[in-house]
Design a protein around this ligand. Sequence first.
Ligand code: UGA
Length: 389
Amino acid sequence: MSATILGNPTHSGNQNNHLVGGEIPHEVLRSLYLKDVIANGQTEGSFITFTRAQEDFPSVKKLNPLNKKRILVTGGAGFVGSHLVDRLMLMGHDVICVDNYFTGSKVNIAHWIGHPNFEMIRHDVVDPLLVEVDQIYHLACPASPVHYQSNSVKTLKTSFFGTYNMLGLAKRVKARFLLASTSEIYGSPKEHPQNEEYWGHVNCFGPRACYDEGKRVAEALTYSYARQDGVDVRIARIFNTFGPRMNFNDGRVVSNFILQALRSEDITIYGDGSATRSFQYMHDLIDGLIQLMESDCTEPVNLGNPHEFTIKEFANMVIGLVNEQRDQPSTSNVVYLPAVIDDPPRRKPDISRAKERLNWEPRISVHEGLSETVSYFKRAMELEIAPVL
Ligand SMILES: O=C(O)[C@H]1O[C@H](OP(=O)(O)OP(=O)(O)OC[C@H]2O[C@@H](n3ccc(=O)[nH]c3=O)[C@H](O)[C@@H]2O)[C@H](O)[C@@H](O)[C@@H]1O
């Protein structure tokens, strides 16, 4: 199986020409979340297809059984997890999706339910699970600050026991294990940009600690299983990622700003707007996750787009893109609210290791990804079927 990107990185404006990882054209992936937009203004399509006829499923590759893997994706009904499930399914693998639906939604994976290569298990990774698989992508954990702080003890339990259970499973069935870690393990960084050798600057008793420290202990646990028990591990440190299927109530800056602009509500900037973030489109992240899993790189790897924006610049970009897709310009005003406690003032990945070891770098510009995300949110609002908690 090959998951490598074909061709050179391109930032051309034509989104339908992209070939993303696993040789799956961007257009095919797009049809799984923006089908009716592609069908040229026809509105009868929807995000959910509960049709069970074999020919109604998206067409998946037929893999030689020697190359076909059994892959577990925890958090597979979430924003990132569901796009990973799409990719692995289209590549022809057997995929088991595990989710407790705390922040994930069945809507995100509904188009695969009933497919012979796909299984869905409602399960909380805080409890042990036994399934025979070759690879485990361990994504399960609330990732938005609003969600992970809403039940911080549960977030810590998920980070520790969830990772512990999945590593125990990997050890038992000899599966390769990939941990979805986060840029948040660098805390409020004193080094800029952040490379993987930086140990971070984390407040271990602040409101973000449940996630930051949770993911740090998850990394420590992962490497302990690798050293002590020989588990084959990979660690991805994921920087801010956005795209279709972000939850409407996610609370993160991308979904907040897009929805506020579409509804002509105030755009809420926390602080003075000078904080920075570097945003990657989810297809680039999925490429990176699959390439990391298939690589021999056992060190942690940053996956993010180094293009850094202030939040104020980002707000203007979102308003501009929303206006391009509306008949009437948005009448949103930018309002400044108190800064969030322990909000990292700057964040930008150094992706030298990913370039060198995985031959990976983002290929989809923030502008292009945002434009597609605005289309998704706009359509989801019209159809009133977007995942909302
Ligand atoms: O999007 C992600 O992937 C990341 O999101 C969060 O990290 P954070 O950078 O705090 O994400 P946001 O909540 O989107 O905030 C980004 C910046 O925008 C600001 N913001 C957010 C929301 C809003 O309405 N207004 C606003 O100004 C925040 O204060 C912050 O400075 C998670 O904690 C990370 O684990 C995750 O990797």
